[in-house]
Ligand binder design. Structure first.
Ligand code: CA
Ligand code: CA
Ligand code: CA
Ligand code: CA
Length: 392
């Protein structure tokens, strides 16, 4: 009987052990799956809006409101201002085209569609339609008839998945050489003309097959789950910048209570802070959003306006104004963005090119999320923040 119980117990332990391993494996797998999903959604199709920004080949639309400035500046808003500014046609089929804000996307992206949008209306019902225009030159243009006549503003569009002038896939040069515009009926008003371009950024370059990096992969998993643990802000990590001096001087600014967040950060790093000629660093910890910065040494008087600049070390700079009302003053920065690996305060093609160089030798410059590895997670952050600039 006892023997039976004993073997039953061992069997039980084996089953429990097996189930435990199964649960842990499922946990790890789902963690990896969600990471891969994150990457995919981060790298999915992106759409950019490129408003009119200058005169084009055609300028047949006679009127504009207000009647000063240029026609293009009546249709260049990123959000429609309706009848506040518009161009107006007094003859049927008068054409007007514009240049547009240039397209800047990562090299190797695939452009999936290019669409001309015109926000327009007529003053009264007429029999004429309007047409959107896509023009390569004054002699080479495509007109898309848009059905319907409306007396309140509507956004009409024509979309092209391939370049109608070549029949081939769109390139950045094709898009940037295009002019966009409209052919309006009598009494037709256009208030907004823009291009919408959808593209898919290039996939991340493959991580080099280096045996030494397998253990790195394991530690990266550990790092990411560590970063997700809530309350990691209160781990009692010593922050030297908040520990100089103990007395509060009531006549000067003693400290800034800085709040910020850095999306996708997985590791710790030093973030530079500047206030005029005073400079310091914050030891940033993933998930922690409040920091206290001792500024007694700068002896800023109370009742003063300060510009506090934070950024550098892969983070785009952000400046905010802080009035020194009390010895301890809050300074709210909101979100800060990673990805400026070459410190020119922009996330652009140069940072992507640098990543491609750095992935081979795992250079820390392109370890954007500070998890100790240069891999597709860093690439995805570069793509998400592509085109962002700091305030330097
Ligand atoms: Ca305008
Ligand atoms: Ca307008
Ligand atoms: Ca950069
Ligand atoms: Ca990394």
């Amino acid at each position: 009987m006892q023997k039976y119980l004993g073997s039953f117990t061992i069997h039980n332990y084996l089953v429990i052990g097996f189930l435990a391993i199964l649960v842990i494996s499922i946990g790890l797998i789902s963690n990896n799956v969600s990471k891969v999903r994150d990457n995919r959604s981060l790298a999915a199709s992106i759409t950019v809006k490129l408003p009119a920004n200058g005169p084009g080949f055609f300028n047949g639309v006679s009127g504009q409101f207000p009647n000063s400035g240029s026609h293009w500046d009546k249709v260049d808003e990123s959000i429609s201002d309706d009848d506040t500014t518009y161009i107006r046609s007094s003859s049927a089929g008068s054409k007007e085209t514009f240049t547009h804000k240039p397209l800047s996307i990562p090299t190797g992206s695939t452009i999936s569609s290019v669409a001309v949008y015109v926000m327009w209306r007529v003053e009264s019902q007429t029999s004429d339609n309007m047409s959107v225009i896509l023009a390569k030159s004054s002699a080479n243009l495509k007109l898309g008839d848009v059905p319907g006549i409306y007396t309140s503003y509507v956004d009409s569009a024509q979309s092209f998945t391939t370049n109608p002038f070549t029949g081939g896939a769109w390139t950045v040069a094709d898009v940037n050489a295009l002019q966009i515009g409209v052919s309006l009926p009598v009494g037709g008003r256009a208030t907004q003309v823009y291009l919408r371009v959808s593209y898919t950024p290039p996939p991340p370059p493959a991580t080099p097959p280096s045996g030494g990096k397998t253990s790195g992969g394991g530690s990266s998993d550990g790092g990411s789950s560590g970063g997700n643990i809530s309350g990691s802000g209160n781990t009692g990590v010593f922050n030297p910048s908040s520990f100089t001096g103990t007395k509060t001087d009531p006549n000067i600014l003693n400290s800034l209570k800085i709040t910020l967040s850095i999306p996708y950060l997985l590791g710790e790093f030093a973030l530079p802070v500047k206030i005029g000629s005073f400079s310091s660093t914050l030891n940033i910890i993933p998930g922690k959003s409040e920091y206290e910065l001792d500024v007694k040494g700068a002896k800023f008087p109370l009742g003063k306006d300060l510009t506090v600049e934070i950024g550098g070390n892969k983070v785009l700079t952000k400046k905010i104004k802080v009035k020194t009302k009390a010895p301890k003053q809050p300074a709210k920065f909101g979100s800060l963005y990673l990805g400026d690996t070459d410190l020119d305060d922009k996330v652009d093609q140069n940072d992507l090119d640098r990543f491609i160089e750095d992935i081979g030798n795992q250079s820390e410059f392109s370890d954007v999320n500070a998890d100790g590895e240069v891999n597709s997670l860093d690439w995805a952050i570069l793509l998400v923040n592509f085109g962002k600039t700091g305030s330097k």
